[in-house]
Design a protein around this ligand. Structure first.
Ligand SMILES: Nc1ncnc2c1ncn2[C@@H]1O[C@H](COP(=O)(O)OP(=O)(O)OP(=O)(O)O)[C@@H](O)[C@H]1O
Length: 620
């Protein structure tokens, strides 16, 4: 700010970078550079003569210092510029290096990066631990203590010897401090009456998932068990619970209101019934020997009256086999509690976590009061679920027989192109391929009914099962088909997953499911426990190309014949130089995560549930 009366110097910007002085400004002093001013000063001083010599020396010294300061300042400026330039150059270099790297990166690597990002987003979902555990910040860190020990000769085996046994049976394990594989039921210390019973069912030697899965489970470890359809997973997760319950009951018999020791969760009523029946047989074999106590098992699922099972609830309870919804209902009604429950297994675990049961599973977990052993089993277990589960289990052991999601090699897979309108007629022809029993799959409930009606009209003894049938109808269908009274069962995929029917000769897939995992489960109803079977699948122009591609790769992997119309289907990823790895979400080999039909379905479901919760006023 200028003082009053003082003429202000006003600068106006000229087009040139120099400043032009206003005409009226007469106090202007032209600018004289420092060096010039110094020279002038020196000249003036020197004119004062020798008397001024001292001052002159002083001024010269000051001038020298000023010059040094200026040099220093100049050096600083140069250094700053150099640094700025270096950073700029470095940034440019990094940028151009990255561009060059990106250019060098194959489409496959870029696709892998994109997949990893999507996977990371999915993995950031809540842990599988219960809401209550999460809320309380409880984390189980200890493995369940059990008294089971391998026999001495097994304990003395070296790691190399154990690795050899695993290799022989195509078992891949992951985890620390893993129990040794044991290839004899007797060496696993399974009670003799049970061994005798299993022998009557032609179960004499453990299958690969059993010889490693059982020892891991007996030693109390959390585990993820993956093995192909029909490979005996049910025994692998039921036997450890039976052994735990036996031990507890022998120590101190359970009385009314006590128990259960463990729970087995199944995604469908049919699967729950089947597992329950198995456990009943095995525990009955133990009790009827007179050497072991009787264990009580409760089947807890929708569609059956709990009154029928009140006799079980009136005694101590050892094992519960359940579907999630009814189990939660019973727990909430305090029909029993999980205060002493220490074992939880999820059969078809990927489905349980995937198909909207995730919240139910969390809810069930919130009823546990103590350390538990958690096991997940399935024939298909995409990496997404494995990663998700790994975070929720304690020091889990992964036991994997073959690629997760691979087809059972004991199934001969035939894929045929059949026009939509020709399917029914061709079905009759197809039924001639083998003797009964035969299962026909369609994912459409109306189609299931239509097929059954058509077959009945043609004089074929057929039953049907799907989600809209009553419990009685479903039970009747399964019972009459299992007993051999009916030759053909027409089923929707969901209703029959994991079901173990005797010696199915032929599986006909009338409409190819969109998700290849469903296909793997469906063809897996035949070729069980070491026997061979045939699966015939109808495809046509209604089948999405991506599904056909998944199918093509699956056939190739299993060494099956790939029909010409499938051979001609090109993988678009190959043309783009993209990654040909399987999808980590659904395990399909013909697409990446970004095209996963399962992910799309999951998103659709989430959006639908969002919409419906908004429709009803946004919940509480
Ligand atoms: N060690 C064994 N030796 C011979 N047969 C066995 C053995 N273990 C189980 N089985 C029989 O194999 C059949 C299939 O077993 P299970 O139902 O447990 O298969 P799974 O692996 O659960 O199949 P899915 O994935 O389709 O549910 C059953 O009938 C069972 O009795």
């Amino acid at each position: 700010m200028s003082a009053p009366g003082q003429k202000r110097r006003r600068y106006t910007r000229s087009p040139s970078p120099t400043y032009k002085l206003d005409e009226e400004d007469d106090s202007y002093e032209p600018y004289i550079p420092v060096a010039k001013r110094r020279e002038a000063k020196l000249a003036k001083l020197s004119s004062y003569g020798a008397s001024a010599q001292k001052d002159k020396a002083k001024l010269a010294k000051e001038a020298e210092e000023e010059r040094e300061d200026e040099e220093l300042e100049e050096e600083r400026r140069r250094e700053k510029t150099r640094k700025e330039r270096t950073l700029l150059v470095e940034a440019q270099e990094v940028h151009s290096r990255k561009n060059a790297e990106d250019a060098q990166k194959t489409e496959a690597e870029k696709a892998d990066e994109a997949d990893a990002q999507i996977l990371a987003a999915i993995a950031s979902r809540k842990k599988l631990a219960s809401d209550m555990e999460l809320a309380k910040g409880i984390e189980y860190t200890e493995t369940l203590k059990t008294t089971w020990r391998p026999p001495k000769h097994v304990r003395e085996r070296t790691d190399e010897q154990n690795a050899k046994i695993r290799e022989k049976h195509h078992i891949i394990v992951d985890g620390e401090d893993i129990a040794p594989p044991i290839d004899s039921f007797a060496d696993m210390k399974i009670p003799v009456p049970l061994l005798k019973f299993l022998k009557t069912k032609r179960i004499t030697e453990p299958t690969p998932i059993q010889l490693q899965g059982l020892t891991v489970a007996f030693s109390g470890r959390d585990m993820i068990g993956i093995a192909f359809t029909g490979s005996g997973k049910t025994l692998a997760f039921c036997l450890p619970l039976i052994m735990l319950a036996l031990e507890d009951e022998v120590k101190l018999p359970f009385t009314r209101g006590e128990g259960p020791v463990g729970v087995i969760l199944c995604p469908s009523r049919e699967l729950a019934s089947q597992t329950y029946e198995n456990i009943l047989q095995w525990t009955e074999a133990l009790a009827s020997s007179g050497d072991y106590p009787r264990l009580n098992t409760l089947l807890c699922m929708g569609g059956i009256s709990m009154g029928e099972q009140s006799h079980v609830l009136n005694k101590g309870l050892h094992i519960i086999v359940a579907t999630p919804g009814r189990l939660i209902d019973m727990l909430e009604k305090k029909k029993f509690n999980f205060d002493s429950c220490k074992y939880m297994c999820m059969d078809e675990a990927d489905r349980m976590v995937d198909l909207g049961f995730e919240e139910d599973v969390r809810n069930i977990m919130s009823f546990f009061k103590r350390q538990r052993q958690t096991l997940l089993f399935s024939a298909t277990m995409p990496r997404k679920i494995q990663d998700f589960a790994q975070q929720s289990l304690v020091r889990p052991v992964l036991v994997n027989v073959g690629r997760a999601g691979a087809a059972n090699l004991d199934v001969l897979q035939v894929v045929e192109y059949v026009k939509q309108e020709a399917k029914m007629v061709y079905l009759l022809e197809c039924l001639q391929k083998t003797a009964p029993p035969v299962i026909i799959f369609s994912d459409n409930k109306n189609e299931v009914d239509d097929i059954q009606e058509y077959l009945l009209l043609k004089g074929i003894e057929a039953v049907a099962i799907h989600g809209s049938k009553s419990q009685e109808e479903r039970q009747y269908a399964i019972k009459s088909f299992k007993s051999g009274a009916k030759d053909v069962m027409v089923a929707s995929g969901v209703a029959s997953k994991g079901l173990d029917f005797n010696d199915i000769q032929h599986v006909i897939i009338f409409s190819m499911p969109k998700e290849i995992e469903d296909y793997v489960h469906q063809i897996g109803r035949t070729g069980r426990s070491g026997k061979t079977g045939i699966a015939t699948t109808f495809v046509n122009m209604n089948t999405p190309e991506q599904t056909l591609l998944d199918l093509k790769y699956l056939l190739m992997e299993a060494g099956q014949k790939v029909p010409p119309f499938l051979q001609t289907i090109e993988d678009p990823r190959a043309a783009q130089g993209g990654s040909l790895k399987g999808c980590p979400v659904c395990g399909g080999l013909g697409h990446g995560i970004s095209n996963c039909p399962k992910l799309e379905d999951a998103q659709r479901r989430t959006m639908a549930s969002h919409r419906s919760s908004q429709d009803v006023g946004g919940g509480y």
